[in-house]
Design a protein around this ligand. Structure first.
Ligand SMILES: Cc1ncc(COP(=O)(O)O)c(C=O)c1O
Length: 434
């Protein structure tokens, strides 16, 4: 049986928002167009749940797209932010807490000795790209199809045809010249990767400054690397003299204490962090070895700056968030994710719906595909209509999934057995309703 969601207030706000904000939202995926509906306006969050302006309550699997690993309004995070706010919201001068946060990150991530904070992951990636170009004296970048590293020009690039070595702009407004400095390679394809690196070697103007990758890609849905693929990235970056930039904006502090690098045993030259680092407030960072990081101004000559970088409220939220992430937290998150994944698999099986439920601790995707999904082309071949319809059914049953097949679910540490069970029940009904 199909049910519908009461959304008169959201609908009214959306009508107003459309006149004041492009598409009615401040970031595209929030528009929910990918699942064939209009956005839901949020009133508040409580733990693992979201309450919208119409009074609907949802088990939330977006959790602000990853920062809220302890759920909404966690008391320890609120307390830390309030205490910091009482002392002033921004100084534009260094604070003790920034030093503490950098030390905590360095304790967790072996390849990070020093950190430069920014306000968003996009800025952190921009900084990593500039640093890699300055350190190598080269311009070109290699990225993977389906990866997202923020909305900076050189990485809003998509593959051209065949063996083309130059990418095309992925958005109007991105100059062809910016995209042309980027090569886009299919994820999980060692031959394509080797070939692209070989073609970039031996001619100065084609030489790579950086290979940039999400070590656990989660922006085409969750598509983990095949055995040995991250090791190959490390090996090829070393052999061609490029830096390996690992974008752990999503995976950092989520899949393990030291992020995906710890799980894989492969280290980046530069690491991009965000989301959990700011505990739900705007903070991100690029980190790496001291020699490389000291190229940044004012230690070195590579310019980078930010009015709100290292903002005291964001740093307080990040420190409080990380303080709660001990080994036992990761075991719990792993078990919550496994229970959810197992329940979703069973529900799909019972309804005879062929899906692929892919999970790692703290991340999950339900691909509407009969075949395993190993790269962006596989993800794009999913039944996007069915995914959208399933999401609409979930919403009407009190579950808020990521409103796009290409985004991961973010279970948190406060998704309790009751919420997981309600989710699985709603998912079973939603599969049946399709
Ligand atoms: C892997 C990855 N890198 C970078 C970014 C950009 O971060 P921000 O949205 O803070 O600019 C994102 C955003 O979702 C991301 O998922």
């Amino acid at each position: 049986m199909s049910t519908s969601l009461a959304d008169a207030r959201s609908a009214e706000l959306y009508r107003r928002a459309l006149l004041l904000l492009p598409g009615g939202v401040n970031s595209p995926v929030r528009g929910m167009g990918a699942i064939g509906r209009s956005p839901i306006f949020v009133d508040r969050g409580e733990g693992a749940e979201l309450i919208d302006v119409d009074g609907n309550r949802f088990v939330d699997y977006v959790c602000s797209w990853g920062p809220l690993i302890h759920g909404h309004a966690h008391p320890a995070v609120l307390e830390a932010v309030s205490a910091a706010a009482a002392k002033g919201t921004s100084f534009g001068a260094p604070t003790a807490a920034e030093v503490e946060l950098a030390a905590e990150v360095a304790r967790r991530i072996e390849s990070v000795e020093m950190l430069r904070m920014t306000s968003s992951g996009t800025e952190a990636t921009m900084t990593a790209v500039r640093l890699a170009r300055a350190a190598t004296g080269r311009v070109r970048l290699l990225k993977f199809a389906g990866a997202y590293h923020g909305h900076l020009d050189p990485l809003l690039a998509e593959a051209g045809s065949g063996l083309a070595t130059q990418a095309l702009p992925a958005s109007p407004g991105v100059p062809a010249s910016a995209a042309a400095a980027t090569i886009v390679v299919p994820w999980n394809d060692p031959d394509a990767l080797r070939g692209a690196v070989e073609r970039s070697t031996g001619r100065d103007e084609l030489a790579l400054a950086a290979i940039i990758a999400e070590p656990l890609p989660a922006n085409m849905g969750l598509v983990p690397p095949r055995e040995g693929f991250l090791e190959l990235l490390r090996e090829l970056a070393d052999s061609c003299g490029a830096l390996l930039v690992l974008d752990e904006v999503i995976s950092g502090f989520r899949v393990a204490r030291g992020g995906a690098q710890e799980l894989a045993g492969v280290q980046g030259d530069l690491t991009i962090l965000g989301k959990i680092l700011g505990g739900g407030l705007p903070a991100a960072a690029v980190g790496g070895g001291a020699d490389l990081m000291r190229l940044l101004a004012p230690a070195g000559e590579v310019y980078q700056a930010g009015t709100l970088s290292g903002n005291p409220l964001a740093v307080a939220a990040g420190l409080a968030t990380l303080a709660l992430l001990d080994e036992s937290a990761y075991l719990r998150l792993s078990s919550i994710t496994e229970q959810l994944a197992a329940g979703l698999r069973e529900a799909a099986l019972a309804a005879g719906r062929p899906v692929q439920v892919v999970s790692v601790p703290g991340l999950l995707t339900v691909f509407f595909s009969e075949r395993p999904v190993r790269c962006f082309d596989d993800a794009r071949a999913c039944d996007l209509e069915a995914y959208g319809a399933w999401c609409r059914e979930l919403l009407s049953r009190g579950v808020y999934p990521p409103p796009s097949q290409f985004e991961a679910w973010f279970p948190s540490l406060v998704h309790g057995p009751d919420q997981v069970q309600r989710t699985v029940q709603a998912a079973a009904e939603a599969f049946e309703a399709l």
